[in-house]
Write a protein that binds this ligand. Structure first.
Ligand code: CU
Length: 290
């Protein structure tokens, strides 16, 4: 998944993140507020990370219900700019996100619109609700950066008429900030992510260790910037990670988390800051679950 690729390319903290993300609990069956048969898209991902779904779906709000035969998958919806090919995107993910080359990252961001995604573990269902206009898209399992992991589909026909689900909403604002609310979200349900900012982001919720606060997380990041690798005040094994969402897009995802204090953070690399993950630019804050 992109998160892993970012992790590989960024500072040491993200290496920790990468290992940790393996154990996330994303994809648990949360109860969507409302589900209609119209606008439901079944997606099954094979053990070889190929995405299998209808080749044409209706425009408007759709809920993608994703299962995987692989140990885990990173389902992601994306659209490529005219003249920018899948091969270009794969090459830029490799150079830009895996290897941290800024030109490739910038080219990727300039040519790819990211419509969100969900991480799914085998045996679970990941649910992603998005509003897709008419056009051509790819659905990918970004656990693998190769053409077979990308499936093209078309959005055409009559609108589904479905509505986005209700539920707690986290919002990215400015260039790389989180809005202050909500302070608390329930342990399970549907989490909406509105990217009202000017950059790509994804949502990570990581659980603080007992007695630790977002201030400790801040101090830990500061330490890493100074080259001190102290023990993280969070457990990267307990959390939730969304797919990547471009500016102006809104997604809703099912989630389920143990109760406790968390950090809401984004690790997407900032091309204008030499690839620095947004966390290091202050894109994190405390949030309570439960
Ligand atoms: Cu971000």
């Amino acid at each position: 998944m992109f998160v892993h690729r970012i992790a590989a390319s960024a500072v040491s903290v993200l290496v920790l993140t990468a290992g940790a993300l393996t154990g996330t609990t994303a994809g648990a069956a949360g109860a969507a507020a409302r589900e209609t048969a119209a606008g439901t898209v079944s997606v099954s991902i094979t053990a070889a990370h190929n995405v299998v779904m209808a080749t044409t779906i209706q425009p408007g709000v759709s809920q993608f219900r994703v299962t995987t035969e692989a140990k885990r998958s990173g389902f992601q919806l994306l659209q490529l700019a005219e003249g920018y090919t899948l091969e270009d995107a794969i090459a830029d993910v490799d150079a830009g996100l895996d290897k941290g080359r800024l030109r490739a990252l910038k080219r990727f961001e300039a040519n790819v619109t990211l419509f969100g995604g969900v991480n799914v573990l085998r045996g679970k269902i990941g649910k992603l609700t998005v509003n897709l206009p008419v056009g051509t898209y790819y659905a990918a399992d970004i656990e693998r950066n190769r053409p077979s992991a990308f499936t093209a589909f078309t959005v055409a026909g009559t609108d589904t008429g479905a509505a986005m689900p209700s539920g707690p909403t986290v919002r990215a604002v400015g260039s790389a900030s989180w809005s202050k609310r909500p302070k608390t979200i329930p342990r399970r349900g549907t989490l909406t992510f509105e990217n009202f900012s000017s950059q790509n982001h994804f949502v990570s919720l990581v659980k603080l260790q007992k007695g630790k606060t977002a201030k400790d997380f801040a101090a830990w990041l500061d330490g890493l910037m100074e080259g001190e690798e102290g023990p993280p005040p969070v457990s990267f094994r307990v959390g939730f990670d969304s797919g990547v969402v471009s500016p102006g897009k809104t997604v809703a995802m099912n989630y389920r988390l143990p109760k406790g204090d968390y950090v809401l953070v984004c690790f997407w690399p900032d091309a204008s800051m030499g690839g620095m993950p947004h966390a290091f630019m202050g894109m994190f804050r405390g949030i309570k679950v439960g």
